[in-house]
Design a protein around this ligand. Structure first.
Ligand SMILES: *Cc1c(COP(=O)(O)O)cnc(C)c1O
Length: 375
């Protein structure tokens, strides 16, 4: 293993020398958390950058999901997808609610709107879809169903930072959308996240809920959580925002290269929404992931064999999402988690492999990755 290790992701880090003056300011002010100046600046800067009106930053991307369900007073059952990071279902569980799993669309990996209605019961009060790999869900169909049955819609938009459709931010869809700014995501604040809503009243409610439910110094209005972003990470986030467009451009080049190199490899299918987007697309992608799908018979090797071959070549790929959420012990026993209820999700989880994808991959790195697949 002479070659250097290629990791599946690499954090976008702002230049350290630019960060130092911010740290100096924080040290001078001695205001290190609790809605400080950088926290306020970051919320304004993100609202501007993302094209949304109301955004509240959090310590990670899981707590805004939990808080969204609490703020919307969701009860009973929540319709969601098994093809996501486990935090999506955990947020439902943490609110004492029951996740009901619905199969996915084979093209996008997003929840299949055709299968949502059949899963609605008198106890259903919300839908929690995920914009998988940053590809927008069929938000129009989902809204139509939600309106018909009086359901709330909370989008887990952890993958969809800066994604827009026809110039409109995807974060404007649903009652609430949430973001993750974890180190592995396209834009990071080390750990962090945010919640986007559509009214000043809701933003005020969210801001109380992420601060123990405090409305003012002496009034607690709800059993809130502590999920406030500190000043150090807010300052880091402000800086990283200056570099994220360039990072997305770099990722796009990687995605184009992979697409060109892999489009006619037998047994390898590309992720169509992305692969078909380069000439013209109504969607602005952020290129957060580059999933491929392995057909064992045609490719002559299973997905897991390819994953291991990458490892043997000191390259880390990621089976994302695998296993499905419904394979994990807290969720396995739900009726809706049964394999026969989720044939597409199971098939995709068993064939998917995400190639290394980040802003700092070099031409050499990409060629090494492609040659492992082609040789
Ligand atoms: C990363 C991620 C989360 C959780 O975000 P954290 O910031 O790690 O808490 C939730 N949902 C999805 C789909 C994610 O990818």
């Amino acid at each position: 293993m002479a070659d250097k290790q290629i990791t599946v992701t690499s954090p976008l880090l702002p230049p350290l020398e630019e960060f130092m003056p911010y740290l100096q300011q924080i040290w001078d002010s001695k205001w290190i958390t609790n809605n400080g100046q950088f926290h306020q600046q970051l919320e304004r800067a993100l609202a501007d950058y993302l094209g949304v009106e109301y955004i509240s930053v959090f310590t990670n991307g899981t707590l805004p999901l939990i808080t969204a369900l609490q703020a919307l007073r969701v009860t009973g059952e929540v319709i969601t997808t098994p093809y996501s990071f486990v935090a999506t279902s955990h947020a439902i569980w943490w609110n004492g609610l029951k996740p009901v799993f619905v199969d996915i669309d084979p093209l996008t990996g997003n929840i299949d709107p055709d299968k949502i209605e059949a899963a609605i019961t008198p106890r259903t009060s919300a839908i929690m879809p995920v914009h998988v790999y940053g590809t927008p869900c069929d938000t129009e169909r989902i809204k139509h169903i939600a309106d018909k049955y009086g359901l709330k819609v909370i989008y887990d938009a952890a993958h969809a930072f800066a994604v827009s459709r026809n110039g409109k931010s995807i974060l404007q869809e649903g009652d609430i959308s949430t973001l993750s700014f974890h180190a592995t995501k396209t834009y990071n604040t080390v750990e962090g996240g945010a919640l986007v809503c559509h009214s000043a009243e809701m933003k005020a409610k969210i801001d109380h809920l992420k601060n123990f439910g405090f409305e003012d110094e002496v009034t607690v209005v709800a059993p809130g959580i502590n999920s406030k972003m500190d000043e150090i990470r807010a300052a880091y986030g402000l800086l990283n925002l200056k570099y994220v467009d360039q990072a997305i451009e770099n990722r796009k080049k990687v995605a184009k290269f992979y697409t060109y190199q892999l489009q006619s490899v037998k047994g390898v299918s590309l992720y169509k929404p992305l692969a078909n987007s380069f000439d013209q697309s109504e969607i602005r992608f952020n290129y957060s992931y580059f999933p491929i799908f392995i057909d064992e018979k045609e490719f002559g090797m299973s997905r897991d064999e390819l994953y291991n071959k990458f490892r043997a070549n000191n390259i880390l790929s990621r089976r994302y999402f695998y296993p499905l959420i419904t394979e994990f012990s807290p969720y396995k026993s739900f009726d809706s988690a049964a394999k026969h209820n989720l044939p597409i999700a199971n098939q995709i989880a068993d064939s998917v492999l995400c190639l290394p994808m980040h802003h700092a991959l070099t031409q050499d790195d990409m060629e090494r990755i492609i040659s492992v697949i082609k040789d």
